[in-house]
Design a protein. Sequence first.
Length: 166
Amino acid sequence: MKKRILSLTIIGLMAGILLASCGEKYKKDAQEVKEDVTELNKDLKQGAIDTAEEIKMTIKNDWENFKITSENTIQNTEKEIENLRERIAKISKKEQKKLTKELDELEQKSIVLKDKLAIRSQRFKDNLIEFNEKTKESEKEFEREFNHDMKVLGMALKNLFKDNLN
């Protein structure tokens, strides 16, 4: 009987030691998991910041390229308007009045587009634009509309004399 009690005591102690050591191992593993999760959260936040910065830089670079191209196009349009005014000055008074009126309307459209570009440029300069994926799409849409309007204006200027002096 003493052997049984001694055996049961030894088994109980061994089981206690085993359970105690497993508990410490579990606590250690739990702590490591917690640290890993914290590190992953930091990485995710940094990744989000990096992505936001990348989007911001892409949008700003694309805008600068678009702005330079658009400003050049507007300058060319203004020169073309001046050239057309010179051509109009050399034709009959009746036609001058009609063409000048149409050219004034086209010049107003050019001024509106120039102002639209300036306002958008100022928003970029003042950092009033939130930079994200939605902004990327909205900028592309603005550029498409602006380019379309400039193209329509350019065609109207080219066809000014064709349509009126037939």
